[in-house]
Design a protein around this ligand. Structure first.
Ligand code: TIU
Length: 243
């Protein structure tokens, strides 16, 4: 155990990097680059780019701390059998599976479906392919986290009010402490970014905490307290130091 604390809202959270995972949600070309799913939906994808650099810095810190790093990708099988009709033909328009400059939209194995180069996974980092917005729905994320003894999730990615929110809500219900880093998540709608973050931390942290990349990097870089230091702590007024 090497506990540290992350400055967060609505209150600071104690965590142990060895039982904490960095979860990076859907930083895929299809959401962040032109001609992908996000742009086809009518969005200005440049709004998401501010999350890349802070996420890259946190990713570096998490790797240096030896933490579990998990990446997720939203997308479907090439035959689209895992895409519900209600998602495929939403509003009478079909984008998923159609051809674009980055390959078939939101289809696994295509260029647009993959993670942007700046945040590309390295060997040993699980990549969760998910058919829905939440990273727990119909995936093996929960068993992977449990097998690593994970209790706390630090979340980055896109978009704040869609896949990040859904994953945080799912994770919270499964008993994980979820910390969302506000500068590492992005939305196509500035007002949703603002209110999406407020919703997480309202009511005493109704389904999580909100922090930022600076606080996360500081917490992960903190020198862990060694067990000997913990043992040496005075037990109270009658403790060894007589305090
Ligand atoms: N459209 C939108 O805001 N988001 C998604 O469709 N997926 C994710 O958030 N990853």
């Amino acid at each position: 155990m090497s506990r540290t604390s992350i400055t967060a809202e609505p209150f600071d959270l104690e965590l142990d990097p060895s039982t904490t995972a960095l979860v990076i949600i859907d930083m895929q070309r299809d959401f962040l680059q032109p001609h992908g799913f996000g742009e086809l939906l009518g969005n200005d994808v440049s709004l998401l780019r501010s999350a890349i650099e802070p996420t890259r810095a946190v990713l570096e810190a998490a790797r240096a701390a030896g933490m579990l790093v998990v990446h997720t990708r939203e997308g479907h099988r090439p035959d689209l059998t895992d895409c519900p009709p209600a998602k495929l033909t939403r509003g009478g328009k079909t984008f998923i599976g159609t051809d674009g400059p980055m390959g078939r939209i939101l289809v696994r194995g295509e260029e647009g479906h993959d993670i942007i180069p700046e945040l590309y996974p390295i060997a040993g980092e699980p990549v969760i392919d998910k058919p829905g917005k939440g990273a727990f729905f119909e995936t093996d994320l929960h068993i992977i986290l449990r097998n690593h003894g994970i209790r706390t999730l630090i979340l980055c990615g896109v978009t704040t009010e869609v896949c990040v929110h859904t994953t945080v809500r799912e994770g919270n219900d499964r008993g994980y402490e979820c910390v969302v880093l506000e500068d590492c998540v992005g939305s196509y709608f500035p007002e949703f970014q603002e209110v999406g973050l407020k919703m997480i931390k309202a009511q005493g942290g109704i389904f999580g905490w909100v922090s930022n990349s600076e606080h996360a990097i500081k917490a992960l870089a903190a020198r862990p307290r060694r067990p000997a230091e913990e043992d040496a702590e005075p037990a109270g007024p009658a403790g060894p130091a007589g305090r």
